[in-house]
Ligand binder design. Structure first.
Ligand SMILES: [Zn+2]
Length: 169
């Protein structure tokens, strides 16, 4: 059985010279996470790695498109990704006190599965609200929503109240 994980970085095995690893994240990658936020995508990631004895510095450069969900019509819409992230990878078992921008590789082997970090970085690029541009939503879905959201007709007067009014007359 093929059980090769292409996203494992064997950081301790690298020489101390800077090097670059490249990934192409596609449907197969995103399917693995089964996320309802990123449905699909096509993103190139270049990772510049500088490693020394106790840690490694990774500079990740993301460029591509992910498919996210429109909050208005619930269909997919593309979101362009163009971002860089720097992260320090420590070869230790526990996070340091100041763990900002730090992730941990296996303390002994220095092996890191970088796929989670790449996915999380993409998730963080998604704005809180996402809409197709005006007029680009799925029209069938919008019709349905309009029907659903239509304000209930002005509540007709309640016959019981009408009866009470008459009592006071
Ligand atoms: Zn839409």
């Amino acid at each position: 059985m093929e059980n090769h994980n292409p996203y494992l970085l064997y950081l301790k095995q690298l020489t101390d010279e800077a090097q670059t690893v490249k990934y192409h994240l596609d449907r197969e990658f995103f399917a693995k996470f089964a996320s309802d936020q990123i449905v699909d995508g096509c993103v190139d990631v270049g990772i510049d790695i500088r490693k020394n004895a106790s840690d490694a510095c990774l500079c990740l450069d993301f460029d591509g498109v992910i498919d996210i969900i429109c909050d208005r019509c619930c269909n997919t819409m593309p979101l362009h990704i163009d971002t860089k992230e720097n992260v320090v990878v420590k070869f230790q078992a526990e996070y340091p006190d100041n763990k900002n921008d730090t992730i941990l590789a296996d303390a002994k082997t220095g092996v890191l599965d970088i796929s989670d970090y790449m996915f999380e970085t993409l998730i963080l690029q998604i704005p809180i609200q996402n809409f197709h541009r005006e007029g680009e939503c799925n029209p069938a879905m919008i019709d349905k929503l309009k029907k659903y959201l239509k304000e209930p007709e002005k509540s007709r007067s309640d016959p019981r109240w009408e009866a009470l009014k008459n009592i006071n007359k």
